[in-house]
Design a protein around this ligand. Structure first.
Ligand SMILES: NC(=O)c1ccc[n+]([C@@H]2O[C@H](COP(=O)([O-])OP(=O)(O)OC[C@H]3O[C@@H](n4cnc5c(N)ncnc54)[C@H](OP(=O)(O)O)[C@@H]3O)[C@@H](O)[C@H]2O)c1
Length: 239
């Protein structure tokens, strides 16, 4: 008799917003989870909330800053030792500061480090395992701002365009190895970050819409690669 192995998802920025909603959705679908973000109490609260709904899933939490190379390396090594597989890397942790020519060098550098450099580093740590498995899906949470820049958010757009470029190259590099790569490029999503737009929750994409998109991507046959998904909120803020 064959024993069913639960798939494993590693999600960065999983304590709130999109990352937490996707973690909950995947737990409902039977995924074991590896979750990280900086604020330990939020991460533990998210774990408790997910376990209350999905008591049979295994959840490992890592309070860390994705800029900390040693910490993310430890997380990936611990994941390999615990589960010996990663089926989905959901590269989601991100920050937003408005500004273009007026953006400070510190805010610009922080966005590049968290929104672009860290996803690159985590991909390079996770890929050897996925290559050995000959399977896996890497989803990179870019943004509408990775497809079209607003005058008010040039630094953020630079980080998200960069992630789309990395995603595209990786997609071409590893698709034939059985590894799928997809950039998600949503407009405003109803989270703490999305609320900065000033839009009402009903005018934004819901986190559940993102969960449904992730589920749809995971449901496709191994022959299909969706390089990116660009989905807008009906109301937009174009400044
Ligand atoms: N909401 C939108 O309108 C929207 C639209 C397009 C794209 N996105 C992108 O979607 C992703 C998630 O956004 P969200 O709206 O869910 O934001 P959110 O509600 O602010 O959540 C961000 C998550 O990332 C974590 N995080 C931030 N910096 C981190 C760091 N240095 N190390 C580890 N974890 C970190 C946060 O926890 P801690 O602060 O405790 O670390 C939190 O768990 C981001 O990449 C964002 O750019 C959002």
């Amino acid at each position: 008799m064959q024993t069913e192995i639960n798939p494993v998802a590693l999600i960065t920025g999983a304590s709130k917003g999109i990352g937490k909603a996707v973690a909950m959705g995947l737990a409902e679908d039977g995924f074991n989870l590896v979750l990280c973000s900086r604020t330990e109490k939020d991460l533990l609260a998210a774990k408790e909330e997910i376990l209350a709904k999905c008591p049979t899933v295994q959840i490992e939490v890592h309070p860390l800053d994705v800029r900390d190379s040693a910490a993310i390396n430890n997380m990936v090594v611990h994941t390999r030792d615990t589960f010996n597989r990663i089926d989905l890397l959901f590269n989601n942790a991100g920050i937003y500061y408005g500004g273009t020519s007026d953006l400070s060098m510190k805010d610009f550098t922080d966005m590049l480090d968290i929104n672009l450099r860290a996803p690159f580093e985590i991909i390079s740590l996770v890929l050897p395992l996925m290559k050995a498995q000959k399977s896996g899906h890497i989803m990179n949470l870019s943004s509408r701002s990775g497809k079209t820049a607003r005058a008010a958010a040039g630094g953020y757009a630079a980080s998200k365009y960069g992630l789309v470029g990395l995603n595209e190259a990786l997609y071409k590099e590893v698709s034939e190895l059985g590894i799928r790569v997809t950039a998600l490029c949503p407009g405003f999503v109803s989270t703490e970050m999305g609320n900065l737009s000033g839009l009402d929750a009903s005018e934004m994409i819901s986190t559940l819409d993102v969960v449904k998109t992730v589920r749809w991507l995971l449901s496709l046959s191994p022959a299909v690669c969706v390089k990116d998904i660009y989905f807008e909120s009906v109301r937009q803020v174009n400044s």
